[in-house]
Design a protein around this ligand. Structure first.
Ligand SMILES: NC(=O)c1ccc[n+]([C@@H]2O[C@H](COP(=O)([O-])OP(=O)(O)OC[C@H]3O[C@@H](n4cnc5c(N)ncnc54)[C@H](OP(=O)(O)O)[C@@H]3O)[C@@H](O)[C@H]2O)c1
Length: 278
């Protein structure tokens, strides 16, 4: 018997870009397993999808906790039988200075942004390989390539996620399972960048940001066309990424000229004041 409806697990579905990804997949006809730590928000999205006729469930999980990750996979498998598509979207950065954060805080950034996607893949891959069917989509960032200020641990994790996806894709494709990485530049309309800009009263220029809806579309394109890597930014994204790799000083110079260094300094000071409760 052919199983036509597929199930996708989307992490980071409580807010931001994850909601756009989840809606794109739901509109495409996928069953959805939605997760995040904010149970009420994830449940609200699942309800919205069920009201539209889709099968969607919400499972609360903290992806910095390995027990929580294992429970998430167990519940998802028992509810839907199998996961066909895993979208590792949950992630982010506290926007604070590397040396001022504790080592545990830096480790948690790494855990969330690269170890959790690897762990989820490790748990779901055997079933996918057995069925000879599955797609892992990892949401990464240009932060490391462009040398975006104050993102040391985050950039290391997101670059790590690109390397992980490439090797996983190479090792699994001959066995029916594939992997794609979506590398994001600055995103507007939703997500951390938009929230920070709103908090500080900054304007996110359309010239260097892509809308959150384009990430949902990129995930669908990656799955339909089995793309190794998609860069989401205005203009020739993959070319820009290649230029930044060729000329490592180019990204930081661009950041300085575009005022990103000064802006991130403001964000850091704002985060410091918030952390101190000022
Ligand atoms: N926004 C951008 O401009 C941009 C640029 C480049 C890359 N990205 C990447 O795009 C992805 C989505 O980012 P976003 O901007 O949408 O971020 P966001 O609005 O801050 O949302 C992050 C999501 O991750 C979840 N999450 C955070 N910590 C978690 C934890 N410990 N356990 C489980 N879930 C957790 C959050 O849910 P809970 O808080 O409910 O747990 C939330 O649903 C991330 O991987 C980010 O690195 C974003």
């Amino acid at each position: 018997m052919t199983r036509s409806i597929q199930t996708a697990l989307v992490t980071g579905a409580s807010r931001g870009i994850g909601q756009f990804i989840a809606r794109s997949l739901s509109d495409e006809g996928y069953n959805l397993v939605l997760t995040g730590r904010s149970g009420a928000e994830v449940e609200a999205l699942a309800q919205e999808m069920r009201a539209a006729g889709a099968a969607a469930i919400a499972i609360r999980a903290d992806l910095t906790d390995t027990t929580s990750i294992a429970q998430l996979v167990n519940v998802a498998n028992s509810e839907f039988g199998q996961i066909d598509v895993l979208v590792n979207n949950a992630g982010g950065d506290p926007q604070r200075e590397f040396e001022e954060m504790s080592w545990t805080e830096n480790e948690d950034i790494f855990r969330l942004n690269v170890l959790a996607p690897m762990h989820l893949t490790h748990l779901l891959l055997p079933g996918m390989l057995e069925r000879r069917k599955g797609h892992i989509v990892n949401i990464s960032s240009l932060a490391g390539r462009i040398g975006f200020p104050f993102t040391e641990a985050y950039a290391a994790a997101k670059d790590g996620l690109i390397g992980f996806t490439r090797v996983l894709r190479n090792d699994s494709r001959g066995r029916g399972v594939t992997a794609s990485v979506i590398v994001l530049g600055a995103i507007r309309d939703a997500g951390q960048g938009q929230r920070t800009s709103d908090e500080l009263g900054l304007n996110l220029s359309r010239a260097y940001t892509a809308p959150a809806s384009s990430v949902g579309k990129a995930v669908l394109t990656a799955i339909r066309k089995d793309r190794a890597e998609i860069v989401v930014m205005p203009g020739p994204g993959r070319l820009m990424k290649a230029v930044m790799d060729l000329l490592p000083g180019f990204g930081p110079s661009m950041n300085r000229m575009a005022g990103a260094d000064a802006t991130m300094r403001r964000v850091i000071e704002f985060r410091k004041r918030s952390t101190l409760g000022a």
